[in-house]
Design a binder for this molecule. Structure first.
Ligand code: SF4
Length: 239
């Protein structure tokens, strides 16, 4: 496997991604991501796990900004690309492809040729957490990376939050940047449009259930439900 990562745009992106990949700020997560990478799942014993923080992936000029929770231990902690290599990613990229945001429906590794069009995928925490649960302190430590991505992407129109924790992180970030989203209760398909108090810039926030195996296997989230959310995002982009 190559040791590079996407997106590889200008110097600011390269510096940001290098800072993310080199981060060791959260001792619990550093220990866990590296332990998982050493021990591996038997099915992936021939893999060289990534075992590091995972940078954002996609189109740096995107208008759709998708925010997940954290890398999966044997998903992006193995492959080094957001939502790549596990069941959450299978569900998400298939939906992105149906909606015209992804060049292919499958996402297996960093070299599989997948590209995103007008979409960028990131997360509120960059390291795989035990039990898929980063602590509030770990998310706070990771937040500057999300903010740096946000600042590099002023063209973003729609923020799509996958899961409640990401949704709350997105609301906080938007408020910190002077936007005035209304009080919203998390739910699949919940959305709001609002402007910046300083610039008048219009943004849209959309919530969706996280495409985790737990949600898809129980039928809480179906492909049709994800399609509806991406159709909503598409319509908001055209406003
Ligand atoms: S979760 Fe974020 S802040 Fe913590 S070690 Fe990983 S990259 Fe660094």
């Amino acid at each position: 496997m190559k040791d590079d990562f996407q997106p590889v745009g200008d110097a600011a992106w390269r510096q940001l991604n290098a800072d993310i990949v080199g981060c060791r700020a959260c001792p619990r997560l550093v220990a866990w991501r590296e332990q998982v990478a050493r021990e591996k799942r038997p099915a992936y014993r021939d893999w060289e796990y990534w075992g590091r923080p995972v940078p954002g992936f996609g189109d740096p000029a995107a208008r759709l900004f998708i925010v997940g929770l954290a890398p999966g231990a044997h998903g992006s902690n193995r492959t080094g690309r957001m939502f790549t290599g596990d069941s959450s990613g299978e569900t998400l990229y298939a939906a992105l492809h149906r909606a015209g945001f992804a060049s292919q429906p499958v996402s297996r590794n960093r070299d599989d040729g997948l590209t995103l069009r007008d979409a960028f995928i990131t997360a509120v925490a960059r390291c795989a957490p035990p039990g898929n649960r980063p602590t509030p302190e770990e998310m706070a430590a990771c937040r500057p990376f999300l903010i740096r991505e946000w600042l590099l992407m002023p063209q973003v129109r729609v923020v799509l939050a996958l899961g409640q924790v990401s949704f709350e992180g997105c609301l906080r970030m938007l408020r910190d940047f002077g936007y005035n989203p209304p009080r919203l209760k998390f739910g699949h398909g919940v959305h709001a449009s609002f402007t910046s108090s300083s610039s008048g810039d219009l943004k849209h926030l959309v919530a969706a259930y996280h495409p985790s195996r737990q949600n898809t296997q129980t039928g809480r989230l179906t492909p049709a439900m994800l399609d509806e959310v991406f159709a909503l995002a598409r319509s908001l982009l055209e406003k």
